[in-house]
Design a protein around this ligand. Sequence first.
Ligand SMILES: Cc1ncc(COP(=O)(O)O)c(C=O)c1O
Length: 393
Amino acid sequence: MSSDGFKPPVYPYARLDTLRQRAGEAPGGIVDLSIGTPNDPVPDIVVDALAKAGPGAAGYPRAVGGPALREAAAGWMERSFGVTVDPAQVVNVIGTKELVASLPHLLRLRDPSRDTVLYPAVSYPTYAMGAQLGGCRAVPVPLGEGWHLDLSAVSEEDVARALLLWVNEPGNPTGSQSAAAPLGEAVAWARARGIIVASDECYVEFNWDDAGEFVPGATALSAGIDGVLAVHSLSKRSNMAGYRCGFLAGDGDLVAYVGSVRTHAGMMVPGPIQAAATAAWNDDEHVEVQRARYAERRRYARSRLADAGLVDSGGPSSFYLWVRSADPAEDGWAVTARLAETGTLVAAGDLYGDGGAGHVRIALVEPLDRLELAFDRMSVTDRPTVPTGGSQS
Ligand SMILES: Cc1ncc(COP(=O)(O)O)c(C=O)c1O
């Protein structure tokens, strides 16, 4: 049965399928640096907590999260940012992707007078998809200096209609650095215009400066909780992408509203996962281990970019490198195809918006020996030179 209604576009990463197959045919097999799914071990404390989740975890869980989990999340916010969040102002989510995809819909139901979602022009594709699914206009905000939002570029009409502004620092795919000043400016700008801010801070544990030194990242809640929601995930911080758990915290009315709707809809993080997530938020040691892994891979990969004919043009944070070709004539898809021939799959930049078309994103999710293999194979300096004028068979 056909219809004239919404037709989902091809899923962004499915656009890489042909090149994924090509990369798989290379000697040594594929090194897949296309998707930001962590491949490092889940911390032992998490596995233990999951295994030990007793009969208490077998009943229907609370949609907003049980008291221990909400307290653990609030405790982590306090340790990380010095921000005091009442555990009652925390709502757990089944991974943050589903929240990103559903929040515009929920907010539009609450305030039908506004219909526009503002989001970074080069960003995680689900911001735009969530707007569409919520029946809203998705309006990209250009990025300026340091890949931060250039809010001065938003038109008066879009401002008047804006329901929600997404901010994402450290940024995917750009690697923009999280800092209090740009976040505070975004919050002040939005608050003055009656726009809710949702700050997706899922890469905040991986925040480096230009010298590669770790600097504690910021939360938008430091600019005050009024009209602000901070969104956090265990997928990156604790390698728990497959467990599906994150939370949002902030403005009391908004959090209560989202928690209430999600309770009606039965959006529940399973009980045993809540137990595992509680252990993860209560521990920081495993995050230091993971941060050291990404820092080492970042240093290594950046040192090899020139060999591969690539130039780093992203920010210093997250576990992505946002790069372009040293050859201005080679766009993101051409780079992606070239690297796939050598067995490495990266993500063409236009998966993150038209403004990303000149770039590719390299996700540093494979161990160092696999990155070495990848860069050795893609090295343009080691590649045999093609004789000019001769025939190639
Ligand atoms: C910016 C950003 N937000 C949210 C997510 C979703 O993470 P999860 O649903 O695993 O919490 C991702 C995952 O890649 C992301 O890059």
